[in-house]
Design a protein around this ligand. Structure first.
Ligand SMILES: NC(=O)c1ccc[n+]([C@@H]2O[C@H](COP(=O)([O-])OP(=O)(O)OC[C@H]3O[C@@H](n4cnc5c(N)ncnc54)[C@H](O)[C@@H]3O)[C@@H](O)[C@H]2O)c1
Ligand SMILES: O=C(O)C[C@H](O)C(=O)O
Length: 308
């Protein structure tokens, strides 16, 4: 199993590290445009192998896509991150060109690869890959919901005063400060609905903190987060590489599901060796449907800025 990660920055390197630590891939190639940067990150990570007990071979490449040839999975993390006060949507001007270029280069050398898009604004970048390549939709996956759901569980555990392992929950919708739809109605502590434990105002707090989870970290760090994003990507890569048939919320092209069309947005999917093997059309309440529609409107507005 060969995995390429384009962009050896904060998220790319974190993602390569988690993939290696989980020890399921034979090879991870990091690629970046900064001279020597990916090679340096790869060497540093390889020097953790004996300490952390993994056998995954990590190599680096400066812009040489021949090194990525025949990758089974390719992750796109190349592009600029936001700074405090910015929205993810403001990154479109620079990142759209990068993502278009990178996906085309990747597919020249790995025509059968499954592509995981991370660069922001992620739902629009996923749509861009769909529009500018000719690969089937089940091989184009946007990562956002897995991360947002992890943040949701973090906030739920905090509000409940419970260990995170007791908590389950999912966030669908667009990966944006206003577009996320945390499904609080479905969230549970050990299969008991959280509404049994939390008052309305606490649940509202959890939802609002989840939606601005990325912005909160960006304010603290001066740039956007990388540990949880890297871990979330590694979870998707492992589900595909190990054919786990796991359910994650991912951004995928919808053609009528959830009443939405011609849009990539976060919905529950089953991930296995073929990429997205199924969109799981869960029943939404009227309020959740309205939030999903509003979220889709926001993503479509951003898609409208693409020069296709
Ligand atoms: N979808 C998500 O949940 C999620 C989570 C975190 C970050 N992100 C996004 O991921 C992207 C990367 O974030 P980061 O913190 O790693 O940024 P970073 O600046 O640390 O790393 C980005 C890297 O991309 C490289 N790069 C730029 N253009 C390139 C090109 N054409 N080819 C190859 N490499 C190129 C840069 O040299 C840099 O090393 C940002 O757009 C950020 O918003 C998304
Ligand atoms: O917040 C960001 O800009 C990066 C990423 O989308 C995140 O949610 O951490």
């Amino acid at each position: 199993m060969k995995v390429t990660v384009v962009g050896a920055g904060a998220v790319g390197a974190s993602c390569a590290e988690y993939i290696a630590m989980k020890n399921f891939a034979s090879e991870v190639v990091l690629l970046d445009i900064k001279e020597g940067y990916a090679e340096g990150k790869a060497m540093d990570l390889m020097q953790t192998a004996s300490l952390n007990g993994f056998d995954t071979k990590i190599t680096g490449s400066t812009s040489d896509y021949s090194k990525t040839a025949n990758s089974d999975i390719a992750v796109i993390t190349s592009g600029i991150p936001r700074k405090p006060g910015m929205t993810r949507e403001e990154l479109i001007g620079i990142n759209a060109g990068i993502v278009k270029d990178v996906s085309s280069n990747l597919l020249k050398h790995s025509p059968n690869a499954i592509i995981i898009v991370v660069s922001n604004p992620m739902d629009t970048m996923t749509y861009l890959v769909h529009k500018t390549t000719d690969i089937p939709k089940h091989r184009i996956i946007g990562m956002g919901g897995a991360l947002d759901s992890a943040r949701f569980k973090y906030r739920l555990a905090e509000a409940l005063g419970a260990p995170i392992s007791d908590v389950d929950g999912m966030v669908i919708g667009g990966h944006s400060d206003t577009g996320m739809v945390p499904l609080i109605r479905h969230a549970t502590r050990n299969s008991v609905k959280v509404s049994e434990f939390l008052p309305e105002d606490k649940m509202k707090w959890v939802v609002e903190e989840t939606k601005v989870g990325g912005a909160t970290l960006t304010k603290l760090l001066g740039t956007s987060a990388w540990y949880a994003p890297g871990a979330a990507v590694s979870g998707l890569v492992q589900a595909i590489a190990c054919d786990q048939k796991k359910m994650f919320p991912c951004s995928t092209l919808l053609e009528g599901e959830f009443g939405l069309d011609d849009i990539c947005i976060g919905v529950p999917v089953i991930l296995g060796k073929n990429g997205i093997e199924k969109v799981v059309e869960i029943e939404l309440s009227d309020a959740e449907k309205t939030k999903m529609k509003e979220s889709a409107k926001g993503v479509k507005n951003t898609n409208g800025l693409l020069q296709l």
